[in-house]
Design a protein around this ligand. Structure first.
Ligand SMILES: [Zn+2]
Ligand SMILES: [Zn+2]
Length: 560
């Protein structure tokens, strides 16, 4: 009997983002990715969402490292946060490691990381983990599908992939090697990207976008062109740069991550832009605007990005003018639609022509659509299947597709964040669950409790009303040193507001005086009286539910 192998899903099953799974062999843990998620509009003031690391923290002594399947933020973006808690070996392609290293350096935890570079079709052993890396095509170069050769047979993780038959760099998804392994060893468990499982057909090749961009440039001779795309999408950047150079334009990169990634990819020989056609944005004054092509970050409408600042007119390097053409070579990630829409609106108000995926063929997905998934399933023919990387609807659609491809329904387990599965000689079964809450990070203050979000939402919808109470309790009879001051924001304005604040002050004064008369002297006691009185007043008079904030000065500290 071979030892069981457990797989724990920490994130990415139920949302697009914060992908993280753990595979346990011989009591050691290897993570597959450690990513972050960008917040929805209703997560007020949240900058990032991380996987819940509490289970990893408890098991830190068993953690060997992380396989970084590719260089996207939803796969490597939380490595820096985890490294600040435990040292890790980070295994990935040279580009993936280069992209991860930039982010880890920014957090100052590079000493905690040991990088292990692997190349296409390498097979390496790290601790008890025997791992093999297959090339896959995706919207960042040099991604991998990873096979774990375990005591329970092969567990294959697809990574994020599509089947691009004409990729920009000619590096195809290695179906031949995957098929060879599947035929020889068999795949006991398959974990596969579900993002586009609901989409019919095949995804478009990345090279088809190059032609579109070229055509857009041809039709806009004599005008300045700005193109926004993901900074890690090196192949897209290559195609934009190719179109620019072909039209005699000079490329200027804009945005910190765009500058960094273009430098990195050029150093690694993965991006080819002639020196004479590349400038820093702060050094383009001698080039006529119509001979420029600016490649910018911000294609997801991120509020602080270069593109968002162009839309609001406060980008220090570039002011959008009439007749500029702005191409958003991207598609909004679920949750980002309204920010992207706001940026497009802002740019059009400034007089620019905006071309985006809703109006022109300027973006190709990086994820396999259903026909590509069928091809993959037909080659892998797994014994057991767990769909990963997607919202619940995507994973459900993927499970359905797998049954059509011959995997029996009772050999498919749909998991969610926090679930685990155990592979034994008998097959795959569900295991224990672990904590997998969203961990909210506000860049300025660190981790946030979910209750802070509830408060921020209340402030956003109904504002707050505060009563400032100053007591004089040194004499034999406690008294109010001055009338309660009522301060509000986002509650009721104008003359009506003044009147309500005056009436509220009187009502709070009466209640506090009566409490003082009863001998109440501690801050906690008076706060309670103020909160109750003011809360009742506000809801009775305005039918609104603003946050009530009592501030009591000059009282005794102590239990009530
Ligand atoms: Zn992903
Ligand atoms: Zn990806």
């Amino acid at each position: 009997m071979a030892a069981p192998v457990r797989i724990v899903f920490l994130g990415g099953l139920g949302e697009i983002g914060r992908n993280c799974a753990a595979i346990e062999v011989d009591d050691r843990i290897m993570l597959i990715d450690c990513g972050l998620m960008f917040p929805d509009d209703d997560m007020a003031g949240v900058d990032l969402v991380l996987p819940d690391f509490s289970w990893l923290r408890e098991n830190a002594h068993r953690v060997e490292g992380v396989v970084a399947t590719h260089g996207h933020e939803d796969h490597i973006g939380a490595l820096g946060h985890l490294l600040s808690e435990m040292p890790l070996k980070i295994i990935g392609s040279p580009l993936t490691i280069g992209l991860a290293r930039n982010r880890i350096e920014e957090r100052g935890v590079i000493k905690q990381a040991e990088f292990i570079e692997v190349n296409d079709n390498d097979r390496i052993q790290v601790g008890p983990f025997d791992m093999e890396f297959f090339p896959v095509t995706h919207s960042v170069p040099h991604g991998f599908a990873t096979a774990f050769h375990t005591p329970q047979g092969v567990i294959l993780h697809s990574g994020d992939f599509k089947l691009d038959m004409t990729p920009v760099d000619g590096r195809l998804t290695d179906l031949a090697s995957i098929g060879h392994m599947a035929k020889d060893d068999g795949v006991r468990l398959f974990l596969c990207d579900s993002t586009n499982a609901e989409e019919a057909g095949f995804s478009a090749s990345e090279t088809s976008i190059g032609q579109s961009i070229h055509d857009l440039f041809s039709a806009r001779v004599g005008r300045r062109i700005v193109v926004a795309c993901f900074a890690s999408h090196i192949h897209r950047v290559q195609q934009i740069a190719d179109a620019a150079v072909a039209h005699g334009r000079t490329v200027a990169t804009l945005g910190l991550s765009m500058n960094k990634n273009v430098n990195l990819a050029r150093q690694m020989g993965l991006l080819n832009i002639p020196d004479a056609h590349l400038r820093n944005i702060d050094n383009v004054d001698d080039i006529a605007p119509e001979n420029l092509c600016i490649i910018s970050t911000g294609s997801q409408g991120e509020p602080m990005s270069a593109l968002a600042r162009m839309a609001t007119g406060d980008n220090k390097w570039l002011t959008i003018r009439e007749d500029d053409a702005v191409i958003l070579s991207s598609h909004p990630i679920p949750g980002n639609e309204s920010s992207v829409s706001r940026v497009i609106d802002g740019l059009i108000r400034k007089g620019a022509e905006v071309i985006h995926s809703g109006t022109y063929n300027v973006h190709a997905t990086g994820h396999a659509k259903s026909e590509e998934l069928r091809v993959m399933h037909s080659i892998v023919q797994p014994e057991w299947f767990v769909p990963v990387h997607g919202e619940f609807r995507h994973m459900t659609a993927h499970a359905h597709l797998a049954t059509q491809m011959g995997t029996k329904a009772d050999r498919i387990i749909i998991c969610q964040d926090g679930d685990s599965v155990v592979l034994t000689d008998k097959g795959l079964e569900r295991g224990d669950t672990i904590p997998a809450d969203y961990i909210y990070v506000d860049g300025s203050v660190g981790d946030l409790d979910a209750s802070v979000l509830v408060e921020r939402r209340a402030l956003g919808t109904d504002g707050f009303v505060s009563a400032i109470i100053t007591l004089d309790i040194e004499g034999p009879h406690g008294v109010l040193a001055r009338p309660p001051e009522i301060v509000s924001r986002g509650w009721v304005d104008g003359a009506e507001g003044d009147e309500l604040r005056k009436a509220a002050s009187e009502s709070v004064r009466d209640a506090v005086e009566s409490a003082l008369g009863d001998g109440q002297r501690t801050r906690q006691q008076i706060e309670k009286v103020v909160r109750r009185t003011l809360g009742r007043f506000v809801s009775h008079r305005t039918r609104l539910r603003p946050m009530i904030v009592p501030v009591v000065l000059g009282a005794h500290e102590g239990a009530d």
